[in-house]
Design a binder for this molecule. Sequence first.
Ligand code: NAI
Length: 306
Amino acid sequence: MSIRYDGKVAIVTGAGQGLGRSHAIELAKRGAKVVVNDLGGNLDGSGGGSEAALAVVAEIEAAGGEAMANGANVADYGQVEAMVKQTVDKWGRVDILVNNAGILRDKSFAKGSLEDFRLVLDVHLMGTVNCSKACWDVMRDQAYGRIVVTTSSSGLYGNFGQTNYGSAKMGVIGLMNTLVQEGAKYDIRVNALAPTAGTRMTEGLIPEEAFALLTPETVTPAVLYLVSEDAPNKTIMCAGAGAYAVARIVETDGAWLPPGEQTPEGIAAHWDAIASVEGERQPEAGFEQTVKFTGKAMEGLGLVDK
Ligand code: NAI
């Protein structure tokens, strides 16, 4: 059965080119009304213009779809609020939000400025916060919402020269983890995409042959799945070149140490048990850690039966 979005309204940020453009076009092709948001401008966040977003809207309309362009800077909450209002005024709802807009200010931590660090956090992390916040009440009121945050292998695993970008990209995972809990009773599902694609962001960094395989169109199906009616929730989906995977944050089972060994030396002595992958799992919520640890302590202290 084909997955469609008829009657659904989607906002895709940074949709003037690259991944966002591909997400917007495919959503529209499958029936969604799409807000093509893009500030325009350069990879480092400087400049701006509406041509890119308008061109994508024209492309969607030429194919028989419905779309409107929006030039809001996702880092500016006032502009984002106005974008959401404009969407609701025109189409009555917002079902899907794909937080995709992004910039780069790569520099080693030693050489980078705090100004660049803040700007990257502002666009990626606060941009995602702003758009999610502006859509949140709309989604709660209609008891339906699908949000995707765009993370990156740089955030999940690290990448030289990308402390600012990696921090922002891991930040959106933290946002997702709690939004999932707060949105559950309103059928708002929040997932993350970790893409790898040949766009202006990666041009020159990836060998030509790989670049040709890593088309945005191979990533987009992951986003479409993550914003579908039957979407999963709290999933970090990785996608590129037609390959798909899931990343998880896991915690080892760990070990309880008796009071005399609750020392740095005790930890060093029991490191293998503490860090052992055996029994490691993905906690559903933060409080599980507290429950697990106190349970282990009570067992260790003989306060409960093993
Ligand atoms: P891109 O540079 O081709 O597209 C990003 C778009 O976002 C641009 O059109 C830009 O004008 C827009 N934008 C930038 N700042 C904005 C703002 N403040 N408000 C509204 N729009 C703004 O980049 P690409 O590769 O398509 O990246 C899309 C997303 O995927 C980004 O979040 C990026 O960090 C992420 N990503 C991309 C990877 C890749 O391999 N291309 C790898 C991992 C993550």
